[in-house]
Design a protein around this ligand. Sequence first.
Ligand code: PMP
Ligand code: GLN
Length: 390
Amino acid sequence: MANTIFSALPTTIFEEMSGLARTLGAVNLGQGFPDDPGPEAVRVKAGELVVSGYNQYPPMAGLPELRQAVAAHYARTQGLDLDWASEVTVTSGATEALAASFLGLIEPGDEVVVFQPFYDAYPPLIRRAGGVPKFVRLEPPRWRFTRPMLEAAFTPRTKLVVLNNPMNPTGVVLPDEDLALLAEFCVAHDVIAVCDEVWEQVVFAGARHRPLVACPGMRERTVKIGSAGKMFGLTGWKVGWLCAAPALTHALARAHQFLTFTTPPNLQGAAAWGLENAGDWFRDMPRGLERSRDRLAAGLAREGFAVLPGDGTYFLSIDLAASGVAQADRAFCLRAVKDAGVAAIPVSAFYETDPVTSIVRLCFAKADETLDEGVRRLAWARELSRAAAI
Ligand code: PMP
Ligand code: GLN
């Protein structure tokens, strides 16, 4: 018999929607990946390293040059003082970093606070590691947590809290006071924070990403996770990293060594080169994406969709009920992809309990024509949904 934790799960919503989009030839505003091919110089560097570089197992903790580049990047951009040798571990994407965090830090029966909507990998990985997710339910349009919500979720058995900031799927970039509140709870309850910050570089004007690890009392109790895939818009690369104080890094590295052990050395080398040399990319990429967000938001608003605010990530959301759609998000998304030719993501897929069912996530990291066509098709999907309701 297969294990019940994983075998009972459906195919991820990303794979389901991208699969339907591929089969049906739909415009794909679902799964988060950009149309833009990513910084050419970084890709050229990776090519050079595949052809002329070292192609055997790199060190288990990652290439020193990437670990140094990660520490230097966070010193420059977030004012952090990480020791690359004892506090940075390279992983095969943020997904492996998450798995290593849960396997390395959870003992059976430990409680793990998880905000809903969550990134879909968290609950199954936490459970397989023996943890018990304790959900905090966030709601549109602001998706913010409050002191009473944290009071209800933290118990003497809480070992970890998982924070995704900037947040997928909502696009929220948390303000300082929310980070300070969560840090207060972590310190008071002696809890470790696993901070999934893969979207840290994709933040727009008016917002600023701040890492939880910089809050008072968090330096020794935070695992900060990053991803070159998101930083450089090369989502298939699966090069990520874990940053944590030495005692935590020791436990994380022990889990990592039995998950993937290493990550392709050429991609590590190219990511290191990019962190050191792609300053223009880090400046221009968010500007381009912000323009795309604004184009999609304006197109949707013109068509009468109610658009929720978002300050980061590749995503913005529409509120179906406020947009004149009487259907729930999943049913609407299935109709949209099958009958109107546009794929989107129902946000209820990121809840386990009492899901919010009126929000649909759209990826705007796309060419202008794709966004414009996507809007037309979403408007068509709404017409079909209205006609079916009559
Ligand atoms: N966490 C979040 C919040 C994400 O959005 C993603 C991918 N979009 C990941 C983790 C996975 O990152 P990676 O591709 O580096 O494994
Ligand atoms: N992180 C991507 C998104 O949110 C999808 C990653 C995946 O397909 N697992 O769209």
